[in-house]
Ligand binder design. Structure first.
Ligand code: N01
Length: 554
């Protein structure tokens, strides 16, 4: 580890930087701040022209958070909490992007970020304990620590339908939306997909388009977000409440500032249960799952009741009974697929200029110049096609970089059957490759998990600096034990049932991708306890060593 560091100069160890960070979203920005605290030199490499990560690329109409603004930000810096003021309960994409720009400017991070640059490959040289990180601008950056902050959802998945190139109209992908406004006025628009992105885009596109056709394969459970602007009083209250907000969020199962409901299915009568769900529906978004019954994710009866309540709301809202029935999710549990939050979603299907096409019973056969043809031969004419077809989640972005560890071992080969990390932070055989929210980290509100992981990495690097060490790597035993624990926790929930409906949590939305849990579902609080335990027990499960000594890995 270098003692003298600059932002761009060589370090004592002969590398260009102590650390190269990939990505300048929540993870990359927070890591840069931490590396600076430690006095390490660092550069972040970012494919976009600005910070923001997910919130840079996902500019589709209607994009906004499903987490409440006051918990979708960094908790560690009182000045950020004081100076930044959220406008809405669920901020729009632009507002979250502005928040990240504010963070970057506040900490003067841009000077350490190379924009419009994509990392293509990275290889580890054991002799010099150095990573060589190559970019699409032709540069090779040599560093000790190669740290990825790629986001869970940064590689859009666009199914290669037959005839896709023959389409005569405009094509857009929600996860890679142009910066220029897209004009839907007077046009017939087709949206393929019914996940969280489509659920946000559909009501907004419907407002503008001449006609909207939605091609839905699997319906989702959509609970209204119940968004609203924040009044001055509400903002003041939020700012005053921040200590309590973070205390709750950091111990909550999904990293939200919510308390457990304190009741389970058997605690109430059928009538009381309906009232509880009604209140959850009014509270909106994730309050419906986390503040109604504490066993929704683990007890089929509780889940069935929560699901049936939502189906009842869909039937109540959507006037055409055939359309309502098509929108009702059936045959899989609520939350086995990530549930979207709605903003007038079901109401949109009452418009005369919106058509729902069921591509489960009649799949898309091909794209033709004038639109979409389904297996039955039906042709749906559109001028614009919007792919809201998801992402090659979590592992996708890492596997797009050609990463070679000890003895040239490829990460893609290691993960042929699924990822095998320890805590979603480190993969055996890849010393000093550190993931922020990598595969098998906790599934929860992102900024909360990011901050905990960055804190843990900071503790490790600090300890190593004090002890003259410069190499960290998880042991294969720790990674195997973590996978066993992850599987055990997963199978205590109803989430595995999502596999049959293509849940991206399990890699099941991408043809040919290994079916393997991409997350730890034990909750943000339990994950934080694991990380605290690792730090307290001298980085149990990792080998911390010096490159001056032979590595004793495993
Ligand atoms: O992607 P998805 P998304 N033929 O994978 C369909 C986060 N997010 O971008 O379900 C026909 O959920 C596919 O059908 P099926 C959030 O975590 C967050 O919407 O596989 N259809 C599905 O309907 C979310 O979970 C926020 O049967 C095809 C859709 O495309 C994650 O991003 C906002 C198809 C893909 O849905 C991903 O959401 C938005 C085919 N060949 C997103 N292939 C906020 O927090 C795929 N589909 C605000």
């Amino acid at each position: 580890m270098s003692t003298q560091t600059t932002d761009t100069g060589r370090t004592d160890s002969g590398t260009d930087f102590d650390a190269v960070v990939v990505g300048a979203g929540f993870s990359g920005l927070r890591m840069l701040i931490e590396l600076r605290r430690l006095g390490l030199s660092a550069v972040a490499v970012e494919a976009g022209t600005d910070v923001g990560g997910t919130w840079y690329w996902n500019r589709y109409p209607g994009a906004r958070t499903d987490s409440e603004s006051w918990s979708y930000c960094f908790s560690s810096f009182p000045e950020l909490l004081e100076e930044w003021t959220w406008k809405e309960r669920y901020p729009k994409q632009q507002e979250v992007l502005d928040y990240q720009r504010f963070v970057a400017d506040k900490f003067d991070l841009r000077k350490n970020i190379r924009f419009s640059t994509r990392v293509e490959s990275a290889s580890y040289d054991a002799r010099s304990n150095t990573w060589s990180v190559r970019t699409d601008t032709g540069d090779t950056l040599r560093c000790t620590y190669f740290i990825t902050g790629l986001g869970h959802l940064s590689v859009p998945h666009k199914p290669q339908f037959a005839g896709i190139d023959s389409f005569a109209g405009e094509v857009y992908v929600t996860g890679n939306w142009p910066k220029e406004p897209v004009d839907f006025a007077g046009k017939r628009v087709g949206v393929i997909g019914a996940g969280a992105s489509a659920v946000q885009a559909i009501p907004v596109i419907a407002e503008e388009a001449a006609h909207l056709t939605v091609f839905q394969r699997t319906p989702n459970f959509v609970v209204p977000a119940q968004n609203h602007p924040l009044s001055e009083e509400q903002v003041a209250q939020i700012k005053a409440d921040y200590p309590a907000i973070w205390q709750k969020a950091q111990s909550h199962v999904f990293g939200f500032p919510m308390s457990p409901a304190g009741r389970v299915y058997d605690d109430v009568t059928d009538e009381e249960r309906e009232q509880v769900f009604e209140q959850g529906w009014r509270d909106g978004g994730f309050h419906y799952v986390f503040e109604t019954f504490d066993d929704i994710l683990i007890d089929q009866r509780s889940n069935d009741a929560a699901s049936e309540f939502i189906r009842g709301k869909i039937r109540e809202t959507v006037k055409d009974p055939v359309t309502a029935e098509l929108l009702c999710p059936k045959g899989y549990p609520y939350v086995a697929k990530r549930p979207p939050a709605g903003h007038g979603y079901y109401e949109t299907y009452n418009r005369d200029d919106v058509t729902l096409v069921d591509v489960l019973s009649d799949p898309i056969a091909e794209i033709v110049p004038g639109g979409v043809r389904t297996a039955s031969g039906a042709e749906h004419q559109v001028d614009v096609l919007v792919f809201a077809t998801g992402f090659d989640a979590v592992t996708g972005a890492l596997e797009k970089i050609d990463i070679a560890g000890v003895d040239g071992r490829r990460l893609t080969d290691e993960w042929r059957e699924g990822p095998q990390t320890y805590l979603g932070i480190s993969n055996p055989g890849f010393p000093n490759l550190l993931f922020i929210c990598g595969p098998q980290s906790a599934y929860a509100n992102i900024p909360v998990v990011v901050e905990k992981v960055v804190w843990t990495l900071g503790q490790a690097l600090e300890r190593m600096g004090e002890q003259g060490l410069d190499r960290i790597e998880a042991t294969p035993e720790a990674a195997a034990a973590w996978k066993a624990h992850l599987d055990e926790v997963l199978h205590m929930t109803l989430i595995p049932q999502g596999e049959k409906v293509g849940s991206w949590y399990l890699g099941a939305n991408i043809p040919g991708k290994p079916r393997s849990p991409l997350f730890y579902f034990g909750g943000a609080g339990a994950y934080a306890q694991w990380l605290d335990g690792v730090v307290a027990k001298d980085f149990d499960g990792f080998v911390l060593s010096s490159s001056a000594e032979p590595a004793q890995v495993g």
